[in-house]
Design a protein around this ligand. Structure first.
Ligand code: FAD
Ligand code: NAG
Ligand code: NAG
Ligand code: NAG
Ligand code: NAG
Ligand code: NAG
Ligand code: NAG
Ligand code: NAG
Ligand code: NAG
Length: 546
């Protein structure tokens, strides 16, 4: 396509955007924005004195600490990263509604933040002038043991959810992510998997109602938003379909005693991992055996591959040893490697924290913050031993322990749920998921580029061995390398579907339809939010969906 034609198209789209957002003309004038925004907020809140206590602008001395509080990835904590004009931390839903209404009215961009764990900082970075609606104060958790349900505020962390459930019951749990500081808001919006996914599916599979603030500042529940909208918010990605303030979840049954272990192996790794591909996805649903692959220093002082079999079994150690002894004798699992405990204790230990009180689950801040870049893939056919050896070469050529792969076994409940039940499409037909991670602590450009280059080249190498057309990816492991929306103006359907089909496969089109119905002007947006049809149709991209 000729460059000049694209440029004209872009200008056309941009002028349309101006038309849709009349206030955007003030975009470069912070002062005007502030005034409009504050006037609007005090007019629209019940108590203007109390609202001033939850507003932070760069003149407030606490602005930086409030902003940094939940930023997980140090890559996005540098002075070069654009900062919000305003951060608002509502104490109740009516204040959150006023923030949505006034941000839209002022022509600013709104970013919603719950736990701030977004891999690409999409809850606190934008190139347009923006407001952060930080939900960390909206984190109440109300559990109904009789009914085995709970209402959970989006600002709660997974650790808080697990702790509160454990406080009320020894036999209830919830299937969500492994890291306790992850926020409910973003996690549930993107799917949310963890060590009970083979038994109970994703967090999103266990959501039965939600309260959401729509683009007009109205509060809706499942019934008033309708089934399409309710479908979209369970996996279609945060920051796209409204602000979810709370979720009603279905709690699941767990045995009083579960077994966990992290068996480390440095011998016969190729053999064990090769066999794991055939066995782990076929284990009983109660058994989740994931793999962490990294390099370590061997006994001879040379780098060697290390495989850690991170396992949760929903049952006692005898049964577990019976299963592994029969089906995976090569692993040589021993009783000493296993720990029987309560499910809630297992959530803490599984996250890598041992010897700490259970209250550690309530820590909202993770104390290990690094620079990182992660990516994901889905594997549909087990890989040969030759390919595994090639993978080890990639890992071994970097410093020990720095480059990590996590392999999540599929099968069980994940294969029973239909691909279209929720926007998250990665179900039957997958053997396992790969999670690539690289992290570093020296933020120099040289170090950063080295690690980014490594993960991108390795991902390139892996193309031949993973899902194709589309090469699938997991939205909660957000990766802007796979495609993004244009910074200004509209994004064509073709462009958005490049990353959209990787995350959502066939469900992308339905998400576009829902987005068009609930937010036609694309108020809720980020670099990878599903765009509405109205945006790209006018740009003459030539592709229309029904
Ligand atoms: C250390 C670490 C461990 C992780 N472990 C797991 C794991 O085990 N399993 C797994 O599945 N994922 C895991 N993740 C990924 C995690 O699920 C996603 O990053 C998730 O989106 C984080 O949610 P958040 O609320 O913390 O993030 P945020 O950065 O606050 O939000 C993420 C996105 O959702 C939007 N959003 C946030 N809250 C709302 C809301 N209330 N309404 C609408 N939109 C909202 C934001 O605008 C942003 O676009 C992990 C991430 C990290 C950094
Ligand atoms: C607007 O605010 C941003 C962030 O606070 C700042 O970097 C920028 O210089 C401001 N622009 C103007 C015109 O004041
Ligand atoms: C408004 O909020 C302030 C501070 O939170 C409180 O002291 C005051 O009583 C409130 N006023 C009304 C009318 O509720
Ligand atoms: C930030 O500063 C403004 C102006 O001084 C003040 O009104 C507001 O209460 C401050 N915000 C907080 C959270 O203290
Ligand atoms: C590695 O495999 C060989 C051959 O299968 C076997 O003899 C040996 O015991 C294994 N080593 C370990 C530590 O399991
Ligand atoms: C091991 O499992 C098999 C099959 O479920 C069962 O028949 C056997 O009794 C179990 N053995 C022990 C020691 O639990
Ligand atoms: C779970 O953790 C708590 C707090 O650390 C501890 O008191 C309790 O004994 C543990 N339970 C089990 C079964 O290990
Ligand atoms: C992504 O990688 C970083 C750095 O290795 C790590 O801290 C984080 O936990 C990873 N995400 C998940 C879900 O494991
Ligand atoms: C970080 O890396 C750069 C370049 O690789 C190096 O010059 C610098 O000394 C390092 N800084 C620290 C604190 O290690």
């Amino acid at each position: 396509m000729a460059t000049s034609a694209s440029a004209t198209l872009l200008k056309f789209c941009f002028s349309l955007a101006l038309f849709c957002f009349p206030f955007i003309a003030f975009a470069s004038d912070n002062h005007t924005h502030h005034q409009y925004f504050f006037q609007c907020l005090s007019l629209n809140s019940a108590n203007s004195t109390s609202i001033s206590k939850i507003i932070y602008t760069p003149i407030n001395s606490t602005y930086t600490s409030v902003l940094d509080l939940s930023i997980q990835n140090l890559r996005f904590r540098t002075p070069y990263v654009p900062k919000p004009l305003v951060i608002v931390t509502p104490l109740d839903v009516s204040e959150a509604k006023a923030v949505v209404y006034c941000t839209r009215k002022t022509g600013l961009q709104l970013l919603v933040r719950s736990g701030g764990h977004d891999y690409e900082g999409q809850s606190y970075i934008s190139s347009a002038p923006f407001v952060i609606l930080d939900l960390s104060n909206l984190r109440s958790i109300t559990i109904d043991v009789e009914d085995a349900t709970a209402w959970v505020g989006s600002g709660a962390t997974l650790g808080e959810v697990y702790y509160r459930i454990g406080e009320k019951s020894k036999t209830l749990g919830f299937p969500a992510g492994i890291c306790p500081t992850v926020g409910v808001g973003g996690h549930f919006s993107g799917g949310g998997y963890g060590s009970m996914m083979r038994k109970y599916g994703l967090a999103a599979d266990n959501i039965i109602d939600a309260h959401i603030i729509d683009v007009n500042g109205n509060l809706l529940d499942r019934e008033s938003m309708g089934e399409d909208h309710f479908w979209a918010i369970r996996g279609g990605g945060g920051g796209t379909f409204g602000v979810v303030v709370s979720w009603k979840i279905k709690l699941v049954v767990v045995p009083e005693t579960v077994t966990i272990l992290a068996a480390v192996r440095t011998e016969n790794v190729t053999n064990l991992v090769h066999k794991w591909q055939y066995i782990a996805p076929d284990f009983p649903k109660e058994l989740y055996m994931s793999l962490i692959l990294q390099s370590a220093v061997g006994q001879d002082g040379n780098p060697t591959m290390r495989a850690t079999f991170n396992t949760l079994y929903l049952g006692g150690v005898d049964e577990l040893l019976n299963i592994t002894g029969t089906r995976f004798p090569e692993l040589g699992l021993t009783r000493e490697e296993c720990l029987e405990t309560r499910w809630v204790n297992s959530t803490l230990i599984f996250s890598g924290i041992t010897g700490q009180p259970l209250e550690t689950l309530l820590n909202r801040r993770s104390n290990t913050r690094v620079y990182f870049k992660n990516k994901s893939d889905y594997v549909k056919e087990p890989m040969s031993e030759t390919v595994l050896e090639e993978i080890w070469e990639w890992i071994l050529k970097e410093d020990p322990g720095v480059e990590v792969m996590q392999w999540e076994p599929y099968g069980g409940r994940m294969s029973e749920i239909s691909e279209s039940a929720l926007p998250f499409p990665h179900r039957a037909g997958n053997v396992f998921k790969i999670h690539y991670m690289t992290s570093w602590t020296n933020g120099s450009a040289e170090e950063s580029n080295r690690h980014l280059n490594w993960i991108r080249s390795f991902y390139g190498f892996m193309a031949a061995h993973v899902s194709k057309s589309p090469r699938s990816a997991y939205l909660n492991y957000r990766d802007l390398d796979i495609g993004r929306n244009n910074e200004y103006g509209s994004t064509s359907y073709e462009q958005a579907s490049v990353w959209g089909t990787k995350y959502f496969n066939m469900n992308f089109d339905r998400l576009v339809k829902v987005k068009t119905a609930v937010d036609p002007d694309n108020f809720f947006r980020n670099e990878q939010s599903v765009p509405p049809f109205s945006q790209f149709s006018q740009c003459g991209s030539g592709s229309y969906i029904e």
